[in-house]
Write a new protein. Sequence first.
Length: 112
Amino acid sequence: MTAKDNSSQIIELLKTMEQGVRHLDRKLAEGKIQENLYLFTDLLEAFSTIETQVQENQELEEPTAELKRAFSLIADSYEEEDYGKVRSYFIFVFKKSFEDWFNKVMAAYNNQ
């Protein structure tokens, strides 16, 4: 696989994640928190896939670590069945971390 092919796959998965984050945001706003654990886990799997591909890029270390922390906070809250925290962490931690990470990954891989 060429670097260009790898970059294209990263960008496509990143765009899919963005759509998933918007969808999850709508569902959480509707109060459908438990019912969307599957969507959260899909986002986590996509993140893990991209994380593996971008781990050599030092510019992405900090935003990747921040997003990983946000995923962890939400996962722990789901585990504890504290759905108020799930929504709060999503709004106040995850969305900002995701946006920052998304923009930096896009900038790093969109022109390759």
